[in-house]
Design a binder for this molecule. Sequence first.
Ligand SMILES: [Zn+2]
Length: 262
Amino acid sequence: MIDTHCHLDSDRFQPDRDEVISRAFAAGVRGIVVPAIGPDRWERLLQWPRRLAQIQIGLGIHPQLLPELPESQDERHLARLDELLAQGGSSAVGECGLDGPSVPAGASMERQLRVLERHLELARRHGLPVLLHCLRAHKELIALLKRVPFPEAGVVMHSYSGGADQVRFYAGKGCHFSFAGPVTFEDARRPLDAARAVPADRLLLETDAPDQAPHPHRGGRSEPAYLPLIAAALARARGEEAGALAEATTRNALALFPALAR
Ligand SMILES: [Zn+2]
């Protein structure tokens, strides 16, 4: 299995990061993609895949971070991102995207759209897939994807929060869909309906650790070793065998992030 979205660089893993990684490998996770959330993490994260090829990274600016960054610096940050992506060592562009709840906090949707569009351009220029966050902004995202060229290396709708009906549009564009802890919750309906609508060759697994811990760890710190719980819940919902789903999602992830296969 591949954890396609895990914030292993979070401070919450500071005390025991090596143990967290060992537990993940012991649980059957053979690769982890760590998306950066902002510029101050980029250089440090680029060191990670050099140390351990099973951990690959994405570079980007998370929309929830935008309220903390001066808008006047956006261009400078994006130019730096372009430079770092050109140097190689990054397996994806992201985390980037649109976050409805961040608008009242000071990141206007106009700014978010501008920054995301630049990420999509960079993904095309560097031939990398995109790790995309979209929360309560699907209307705006769909309009954007209708307007701009689609990154050929792929777009991962991380912790997909849209409806089953919107899966058809995103899949038609070429998107992949990854699901996190909420598919294991007893009251999960929307994400499971969506997961059932996803074509088998577009399905991915993620923990989004340390957030979104699956049942029975709900509310606590998530970690990549919990990935089999998410695979099992998805397999149940789709009426598939857990081992087959683990294999299919691994194949999908390795095609998107070939550095993990090396
Ligand atoms: Zn994330």
